[in-house]
Design a protein around this ligand. Structure first.
Ligand code: SF4
Length: 177
């Protein structure tokens, strides 16, 4: 059985939810493959050493993201950028329009859902000097764009990846509708 992982970098987890939201197709996928790692859907701290297909969601915005990306690249035979943040920087890339101080003030003090003490934690991983799309840093095998990727494309692409039939996929752009 194929082993699938989904790694989370700087993003909103919406891409992982899009995979889970494939209705009956997720059952077909799980007949062919086992999800062995996904911080969003299971309590596994580290990806296993041998992974057939790993999807990476989110951009690289801090040192921890960078380390996770390099780690999953070493462990996965096939590495797929999943979603616009991973492919191009996306929403996480927009953080480059603000200073680190402005970002931390907004996240930890400026929104209604933060803790009332307004304390900015000191143990968050350091930001990289800019946001990176994952393909800027490691070799990717495939890119699936969309924020999040559309269900109709995931329903074609994931089963094709599992069967090794990726060359048969339509090359139609996700923007063509
Ligand atoms: Fe979230 Fe969109 Fe980024 Fe996916 S591409 S992690 S849905 S913001």
């Amino acid at each position: 059985m194929m082993k699938i992982a989904i790694e989370e970098l700087a993003g909103c987890s919406g891409c992982t939810i899009a995979v889970l939201d494939l209705h009956e197709v997720i059952l077909d996928i799980l007949n062919e493959a086992e999800i062995v790692y996904s911080p969003v859907i299971m309590d596994v701290k580290e990806p296993p050493d041998e992974i057939d297909i790993a999807f990476v969601t989110g951009a690289v915005r801090n040192e921890e993201n960078m380390e996770r990306l390099k780690n999953i690249r070493k462990k996965a035979k096939t590495l797929v950028a999943l979603g616009t943040c991973a492919c191009y920087g996306g929403i996480s890339g927009l953080s480059m329009l603000s200073s680190n101080e402005e970002i931390f003030n907004t996240v930890y003090r400026g929104v209604d859902t933060v803790k009332e003490d307004g304390v900015i934690p000191t143990d968050v991983p350091p930001f990289t000097y800019r946001a990176f799309a994952v393909g800027d840093l490691v070799k990717m095998d495939y890119y699936i764009t969309g924020c999040p990727p559309k269900e109709q494309y995931l329903k074609q692409i994931i089963p094709a990846l599992l069967k090794g039939d990726i060359a048969e996929l339509s090359r139609k752009s996700v923007c063509s509708e």
